[in-house]
Write a protein that binds this ligand. Structure first.
Ligand code: PHE
Length: 469
């Protein structure tokens, strides 16, 4: 039993923190691009299937595992899985989960630091007066570490450090007064900013402010289903990968947050509230900004080209320029909204990635929260510097593939086996439904025991044998 006796301040705070954990850069930059690349509107079919048969079961599993471990006073994945599996083996699996968090945090925080920097640059007007190539080149220079505004050399490194300091400082403030408080401010702001940008995205009219297409062209481009693609296994793997990444499952962050829920409290309804909130933000807001605005001003061909390089290209190379088509003031204002939104989305997720590490140091070595939080900052810094220094050489993509894709599936597969077969679905099911404020459909007992592990095994094998990219 560790000395860690914190808990969430309120139910709303818990749900917002958990939704903040899930809602991240993936919702705004990854989802729309995945959808475009994998069959447009047809992508939503495998995506929803994966949500129902893997996403929801994993949310139930992880939330109830977390609350279970919390009853024993544990707040980190190794201890939580150890109390369920009762063997060293499971504890090591939990430690593996912690490393996944650190590795994902290392590259994730780098993108998060760009958003911080781009808010700053939108405010000081860096993009004002630049043409499309100018804005795009700025990004190229930025990731080559060439940007040094106001005479600060290696500005991207400075922002990276700043971003880590901010994360670390918030984490060191504690659960309710750090993480929960940021989620309570960040999530509503994010939705507000998102609603504003989606409204702008929906009202683009060809011929106005230099737009070449109505917003409907972008929306059609994104949502027109290409049903042929439904037969392609890569599309299904992409859908599964997106579900994992967006719900933040398979890393232990959900367990660690849930371990601070009181023993008698509900987990089923909480899990659904946070999960569905993420889906709303992803499917509705995530598809109404990046693609419609880019297609409105750049046209389908150019956007198709940019989509090949992923959402980062579109979000950072194209949008800051496109916003200026709405005039100088709205250009800067929308830049602050867009990168501010990404920043809130990012930080509420990266804070979650720090929780398993901090919990472990507290559970295992009785560390206090503050030094544990600062050690997280230092480790992420060391592991993250290669992505910062060698971004151009694809180091970032390696991290994303191994930590952000393959490891999540491995961990999810193992925890499902632990939950359904080692701990046993009979007891596991009791954990899910005890204290539940909703009636969990019985079919999920069957799904969690048989369907989810089989599908996870298939996704794992698929992720090993499909080319990266
Ligand atoms: N869900 C976050 C996103 O969509 C990413 C994340 C993954 C956060 C794993 C925490 C753990 O961006």
């Amino acid at each position: 039993m560790s000395a860690n006796k914190e808990s969430w301040g309120s139910r709303v705070g818990l749900i917002l923190a958990m939704a903040g954990n899930a809602v991240g850069l993936g919702n705004f930059l990854r989802f729309p691009v995945q959808a475009v690349q994998n069959g447009g509107g047809a992508f939503i079919i495998p995506y929803l299937v994966c949500f129902f048969v893997m996403g929801i079961p994993l949310l139930f599993i992880e939330w109830s595992m977390g609350r279970f471990g919390g009853k024993y006073g544990y707040h980190s994945t190794p201890f939580i899985v150890d109390t369920m599996g009762k063997s060293r083996f499971w504890k090591y699996i939990g430690v593996f989960g912690i490393w996944t968090n650190i590795a994902v945090a290392a590259y994730y925080c780098y993108i998060e630091s760009w958003t911080l920097s781009y808010v700053f640059h939108s405010i000081i007007g860096t993009f004002s007066g630049l043409d499309q190539d100018g804005v795009s080149n700025f990004f190229g220079e930025y990731v080559s570490l060439g940007v040094s505004t106001l005479g600060v050399p290696y500005e991207p490194i400075v922002f990276y450090i700043l971003c880590l300091l901010l994360n670390t400082w918030i984490l060191s403030q504690g659960l309710a007064s750090g993480v929960e408080r940021v989620a309570k401010i960040g999530m509503p702001m994010l939705i507000l900013f998102g609603a504003f940008l989606a409204f702008k995205g929906f009202t683009i009219t060809a011929g106005e402010n230099g737009a070449i297409n109505d917003s409907s062209v972008g929306l059609n481009f994104l949502w027109t289903p290409n049903f042929d693609q439904l037969w392609s296994p890569t599309v299904w793997l992409a859908a599964a990968g997106q579900i994992f990444f967006t719900l933040s499952v398979g890393m232990g962050t959900v367990q660690c947050y849930a371990s601070y829920v009181r023993a008698k409290d509900d987990v089923a309804l909480n899990a659904m509230s946070a999960g569905w909130m993420n889906e709303f933000v992803e499917v509705v807001l995530g598809s109404s900004i990046l693609i419609p605005i880019s297609i409105g001003y750049l046209g389908i061909d150019r956007v198709t080209e940019l989509v090949q390089s992923g959402g980062l290209g579109l979000g950072f190379r194209a949008l800051p320029y496109l916003f200026y088509q709405w005039g100088d003031f709205l250009g800067a204002f929308s830049g602050v909204m867009w990168f501010g939104l990404l920043f809130f989305a990012g930080i509420t997720s990266s804070l979650a990635m720090g929780t398993p590490w901090i919990g472990f140091l507290m559970d295992e070595f009785n560390w206090r929260r503050k030094p544990a939080a600062w050690s997280f900052g230092v480790v992420v810094f060391v592991l993250g510097m290669p992505t910062v220094l060698f971004f151009k050489y694809g180091v970032f993509d390696e991290y994303d593939h191994w930590a952000g894709t393959v490891s999540l599936v491995v961990f999810a597969l193992l925890e499902t086996i632990l939950f359904s077969w080692v701990f046993g679905i009979r007891k596991g099911w009791q954990e899910i439904i005890s204290g539940a404020d909703i009636q969990v459909p019985n079919i999920y007992k069957f799904i969690i025991k048989f369907i989810t592990p089989i599908l996870l095994l298939w996704v794992f094998l698929g992720s090993l044998f499909t080319p990266k990219g």
